[in-house]
Design a protein around this ligand. Sequence first.
Ligand SMILES: [Zn+2]
Length: 198
Amino acid sequence: MGRRSALIIVDVQNDFCEGGSLAVAGGAAVAQAISAHVDEHGGDYDAVVATADWHVDPGDHFSTAPDFVDTWPVHCVAEGGGAAFHPNLTPALRAVQAVFRKGEHAAAYSGFEGRSDDAEQASLATWLTDRGISRVDVVGIATDHCVRATALDAQREGFETTVLLGLTAGVARQTTEAALTQLEQAGVRLSGQPVVAD
Ligand SMILES: [Zn+2]
């Protein structure tokens, strides 16, 4: 058995795409590009999983006067339409074997803080390790927040981690560039060019 790999699709939810409460420019296009990637390359992965921001009562993660660093407008309320995956991701969802929901009662930027939505209720690290996965590609929204945190945790957990930048969207140029520097310093591989709005 060779080195087994997984694709991790981070937070491609309506609230993080155009029209959502915390919209990232390019989000809908990234959702479509991820579906195309899964269509073309899904068979190359031994597993495909997704993460979802899923808030019940996340405390001061929500604010009516958000600073967009530690506090944010209300977004991805559990079971709400804003928490649903973007329609452009629908084709890719057929390949998704488990969804890892995070942030029920506190801020959670990394998919590795989530639990699977199946009977296992496994952490992402356990789920991947149980399936012999040693290598992951990370894609999704936002490059400078949840993609960054998920990729850093993946590398820290011992997975050989690559961020496919063409399949990510960032909130802002400055924070995205800072995130890419931090990822490289942590040993995460970066592939392709980042998509940033400004
Ligand atoms: Zn959140």
